[in-house]
Design a protein around this ligand. Structure first.
Ligand SMILES: Nc1ncnc2c1ncn2[C@@H]1O[C@H](COP(=O)(O)OP(=O)(O)O)[C@@H](O)[C@H]1O
Ligand SMILES: [Mg+2]
Length: 258
């Protein structure tokens, strides 16, 4: 058997998606994903009407594009949105050609778009932080909601997103004990993701999972970060989670001088 290299981080969203799909438990939470090309975008659009196109090696929501198709009385229309600009087209070829020009010269993937639930009419998603503790055991150490800027299609803090307590964002959908159970289930999902990926990549010590929740409250794994930003938790008034996350980041040698 080939020896696995103990790499600490992994940027390729494609490699990470393939690794997640190897797990029977996790694969049902992974939105269908393909490498970007003219036929993969068209076939996922036909299947899901809305897709996300993103750089394989991206971060901070940069370069992320939302594409959708609508049925109108005069036929089909295609539209994509990048940042705060959106463009519409009468046919797929025109849309694809413009989309290809607007993206950077890097590899991209296309993914089933999740219709995220909203808070004050803005979409939000969830970051679950999972870190190794002193006993070298994985622990879901933090969770936070991230609300998108009203005109944007990404929730990243570095892309005008607003981090808020998850309990506040979920209140409209689940309450009381049920809400606590829902959050525990999300933490368990984060834990399972970390344990599973760690089997394939033994060098990981911290994982930040981006979870999107659809209208049926089903959690979808949008992305797994292996060098997650602990400082987003400093945006919460209650500093307990931030202190915990920073403590484990230190345990894992995060702030050591090189
Ligand atoms: N499949 C998707 N459906 C809905 N929203 C998505 C999807 N993929 C990404 N997003 C939105 O775009 C943001 C950035 O995408 P992500 O895959 O996390 O890349 P990045 O590395 O840039 O953070 C996500 O936090 C989420 O708000
Ligand atoms: Mg992300």
């Amino acid at each position: 058997m080939q020896k696995k290299k103990a790499i600490r981080t992994l940027t390729s969203k494609w490699t990470k998606t393939l690794a997640l799909l190897k797990s029977n438990k996790l694969c049902s939470h992974v939105p269908e994903t393909r490498l970007f090309n003219k036929s993969s975008v068209l076939s996922l659009l036909k299947k899901y009407q809305m897709v996300y196109v993103k750089p394989v090696n991206g971060s901070f929501g940069q370069g992320v594009i939302r594409v959708d198709q609508q049925h109108t009385t005069t036929g089909r229309k295609y539209r994509y949105q990048h940042g705060t600009t959106s463009r519409s087209f009468d046919n797929y070829d025109a849309m694809y050609s413009s989309l290809s020009k607007s993206k950077l010269k890097r590899s991209y993937l296309v993914q089933k778009g999740i219709h995220l639930i909203k808070y004050n009419n803005r979409v939000f998603d969830i970051r679950i932080m999972v870190q190794k503790n002193r006993e070298r055991k994985w622990e879901a150490s933090g969770y936070i909601g991230r609300v998108a800027h009203p005109k944007k299609i990404v929730t990243n803090f570095h892309n005008s997103g607003k981090p808020l307590p998850l309990e506040t964002l979920l209140e409209r959908f689940v309450q009381g004990e049920q809400k606590q159970k829902y959050i525990s289930d999300l933490k368990r999902l984060g834990y399972q993701i970390a344990v599973h990926l760690n089997k394939h990549y033994p060098g990981f010590r911290e994982v930040g999972v981006d979870i999107g929740v659809d209208k049926e409250l089903k959690p979808w794994i949008l992305e797994v970060n292996t060098a997650p930003d602990p400082f987003i938790f400093n945006q919460l008034k209650d500093k307990r989670m931030f202190n915990q996350v920073i403590h484990y980041a230190r345990v894992n040698g995060r702030f050591r001088k090189k």
